[in-house]
Design a protein around this ligand. Structure first.
Ligand SMILES: [Zn+2]
Length: 315
């Protein structure tokens, strides 16, 4: 009964979703929402009575693992271990039924859990972007440096550090300004030589003048602050294990790699550096390496850790 009470209280913690659980009377208990929108993070909560060293969360379709992440420990109280998993669901994933598999390793009791999760459709805008000769050249450049920088970016965004617990609150809007492109926009690039290419917009663009102060959207650690060929002067901040915010096309960077920043701190100024057709800030949020809609985080806390702990302590 006590466990059921805890579970019911935990249902209100992971905001915006209705959760079901594997077993209400004994631990481990696993909470996974029955559905998730594409372009959103799937939030999972696991309550363990004994410690484990590793919890793997996988999204499967037709027996194949499509995406995966790890859960991270979010506190221990009254001999109960709380683990949270955040799995980014790509905006391009076909809506339909998928499986979530959770495997805990290194504990006295084995944790194995599986359930169906429905990925719900979200409709995205379509837009056409014409690139002039120099931007066409930049986007198609076969530069080894671009390849190297892409590899470096992937390495950063897929780095899982279970101790990176900096931010769990509502994000701060990095600039005030008109949104000129939304997350998930389906883009058709029209090149100067009349060729075309498709792409998906992974963030939000704010049309702001060059020199507009850009704020960190949450507490975190700067994991990248440098110039890149395509994205110009760029900053990446780690907020939680495998949760990163990204700021592109800056004119000035005011932070250094490994610097700890507070929510709202000015990290640089917006600009038009790299592949940009006009002055704007590109703001992006990655969860388990996958781009998700940053607007979600302006409305809801990613995790309310203090609420989780205080509710459990009340039992
Ligand atoms: Zn953009």
């Amino acid at each position: 009964m006590k466990s059921l009470k805890i579970i019911l209280l935990l249902n209100i913690i992971l905001i915006g979703c209705v959760y079901t659980y594997a077993d209400s009377s004994t631990l481990p208990a696993v909470l996974v929402p029955p559905s998730v929108r594409r372009g959103y993070p799937l939030k999972t909560l696991i309550l363990m009575s004994d410690s484990v060293s590793n919890i793997l969360i996988e999204l499967l379709h037709g027996g194949s693992v499509l995406f995966k992440t790890h859960a991270f420990p979010a506190g221990t109280t009254k001999n109960k271990h709380i683990w949270i998993g955040l799995l980014g669901i790509p905006s391009y994933l076909e809506p339909g039924a998928y499986s979530i598999r959770i495997i805990g390793e290194g504990g006295a009791r084995e944790l194995r859990y599986r359930r169906t999760v429905n990925v719900i459709n979200v409709r995205y805008n379509h837009e056409k972007i014409s690139l002039n000769t120099s931007l066409t050249e930049l986007r198609n450049r076969k530069d080894p440096l671009v390849k190297e920088q892409t590899k470096e970016l992937i390495k950063i965004l897929f780095n899982f550090d279970k101790n990176a617990l900096f931010n769990t609150g509502v994000f701060f809007k990095p600039v005030e300004g008109r949104m000129s492109a939304r997350f998930g926009d389906r883009r058709l690039y029209s090149y100067a030589d009349n060729r075309t290419a498709h792409s998906i917009h992974n963030g939000i663009d704010f049309a702001v003048p060059v020199g507009t102060p850009v704020h960190a959207c949450g507490d975190g650690r700067v994991v990248f602050a440098d110039n890149r060929v395509i994205t110009g002067k760029s900053v990446i901040i780690e907020h939680l294990p495998e949760v990163y915010s990204i700021y592109y096309h800056l004119s000035k960077i005011d932070v250094r790699k490994d610097e700890l920043v507070k929510r709202g701190k000015i990290i640089g100024e917006s600009g038009v550096s790299g592949l940009a057709t006009g002055p704007h800030l590109h703001w992006e949020v990655r969860v388990s390496g996958v781009a998700v809609d940053p607007e979600i985080f302006l409305k809801n806390k990613i995790i309310d850790k203090s609420l989780i702990l205080s509710n459990i302590l009340e039992q």
